[in-house]
Design a protein. Sequence first.
Length: 238
Amino acid sequence: MEPITPAQDPTDALSSVPASGAGRGLAPTGRLRFFFGPMDCGKSTLALQIDHNQARQGRRGLLLVRHDRSGTPTISSRMGLARNALEVHEDMDLCALVRDRWAGGARVDYLIVDEAQFLSAAQVDQLAELADDAHLEVYCFGLATDFRSALFPGSQRLFELADELNAIQVEVLCWCGRPGRFNARVHDGDVVRAGDTVLVADTAPDTVEVRYQVLCRTHYRTGDLGPHTVSSGQLSLA
């Protein structure tokens, strides 16, 4: 008696889910990660920590930055940590950059990209290509929204393409004590609602003309900056 072959389900050909083991022959790919949060939440500190951990294992990374607050090609944190980086220009092709490094004999195992909100959408596409085709681990760090509470173009594209989206867990507080999520631009003591999207400044209260302050939604909406003095005993990182 011949064995009975089960009839094939005609809907199998329409399924978007591959059968178990169907992808075993595929090459591994890298991952594109985006770590985001408001100012002062420790994004650059985390970027430097990840670079340190990777380098300890003998891996070689390429550090990139776009418009660091220091005004130099540096990844710098407000806690005093800093490392030299390569400034990403508006028309820079990141795929070509990595390929040129490899052609020159340099190893590049991973990328650290700080201030990634300032990247163009095309440059974020290039990072995704490096993760998929060159199998690089790509770590991006940046703000999600600008001073108008609108998504930066680079951040929007990262939200669309990244394999992992990670909100920084260090909570930044508004002056009222509630969680702060909005990066208000302050000019001569007033919250600004219009202007150029890219204007690099810090959160230090002694900045004369333009600075940024993290506010909760209520006080961002009302423009209430609260008291300007630092309470006694509060840690100053300036």
